[in-house]
Design a protein around this ligand. Structure first.
Ligand SMILES: Cc1ncc(COP(=O)(O)O)c(C=O)c1O
Length: 308
């Protein structure tokens, strides 16, 4: 394999201008039929290390545009980790203080990153998951509404809009309009709702496929089991054509598989998306399948090691 540079090295006016335009990489996961091209959208190339930089920038920019975020206010939100890092980064770059509410189970790497960016963290019980953090942030904001800009990634249309304007058009262009299946995990659902709506508008035949943990008690950070979770207000199930349940073990095992097949070190929700993408590929037999890979494996190094 000869490797040459894809494009001229980008120049950015600020670190915030470096959010988005992530690489789409061809993958060779075993078990994918020969008639299917499998591609991964490598979101850890964002400066904060995950897909959620897009959402964080969009939430803050929309807050400024609408006038609800002004100097002197503190940005606050609940997050299972990656939006927290994104908001900490964007807040720091733009000069706003940031407070984050997250379950204590969030990986140590992400907690430290948020603190390194200067954000303050309130922890909620691990057992109550991301829903416990949502309920707590609502209480904090209700007690002092004038103090905070509540980014509210579960409710704000700025979240799916980041993907309607960024992720969706990027994969459309990167595949030259050949994409047949778009596969992404559901957390806030912003990625699937925004990119899915854009792609459907371009070509209604594109299959928009949601990936969910198979069970409420799961170990795939960033994903929600909709049947048992607080359903995000931005979620519009009619925008998805199918949903694939994935077990935690399969998600972890697929992380190890794609590391072996392609040298990609991805996080667990990316493993889940790739497991589902392969199922989709097997069923379709042919096509161009794109899976969103929300973050990299280095975010989870302090956690349990998947068997290799
Ligand atoms: C690791 C990871 N995967 C997947 C997701 C889901 O993305 P979305 O919130 O756009 O549904 C998130 C969201 O925080 C995440 O952090």
């Amino acid at each position: 394999m000869t490797v040459t540079a894809l494009a001229p090295t980008p120049v950015a006016e600020s670190i915030l201008h470096a959010i988005g335009n992530t690489p789409l990489v061809r993958l060779h996961l075993p078990g994918v039929p020969a008639g299917v091209e499998l591609w991964g959208k490598c979101e850890w190339f964002n400066p904060g290390g995950s897909v959620k930089d897009r959402t964080a920038l969009s939430l803050v920019t929309e807050g400024e545009r609408s006038g609800s975020l002004v100097r002197g206010k503190t940005i606050i939100d609940s997050s299972s980790g990656n939006t927290a890092v994104g908001l900490a980064l964007v807040g720091r770059a733009k000069g706003y203080p940031v407070e984050l509410v997250m379950p204590s189970s969030v990986s140590a790497e992400r907690q430290r990153l948020c603190r390194a960016y200067g954000a303050q963290i309130t922890y909620t019980a691990a057992a109550s998951g991301s829903d416990g953090a949502i309920l707590r942030v609502r209480e904090i904001v209700a007690a002092q509404p004038e103090r905070y800009f509540y980014a509210d990634q579960y409710r704000s249309q700025a979240n799916p809009l980041a993907h309607y304007r960024g992720t969706g058009p990027e994969v459309w262009e990167q595949t030259a309009g050949r994409i047949t299946h778009f596969v992404a995990g559901l957390g806030t659902t912003g990625t699937l709702m925004g990119a899915g709506r854009f792609l459907h508008e371009r070509d209604r035949r594109i299959r928009v496929v949601a990936v969910e943990p198979d069970h409420g008690m799961h170990g795939i950070e960033g994903l929600k089991h909709m049947e048992t979770a607080l359903v995000p207000e931005v979620y519009r199930p009619e925008l998805q054509d199918a949903s694939v349940p994935v077990t935690t073990d399969d998600a972890y095992a697929t992380c190890a598989e794609v590391l072996a097949s392609d040298g990609l070190f991805v996080g667990h929700s990316a493993g889940a998306a790739l497991w589902a993408a392969r199922e989709v590929a097997r069923e379709a037999g042919e096509g161009v399948v794109v899976a969103v890979l929300p973050d990299g494996g280095e975010r989870y190094l302090s956690g349990p090691e998947p068997s290799r």
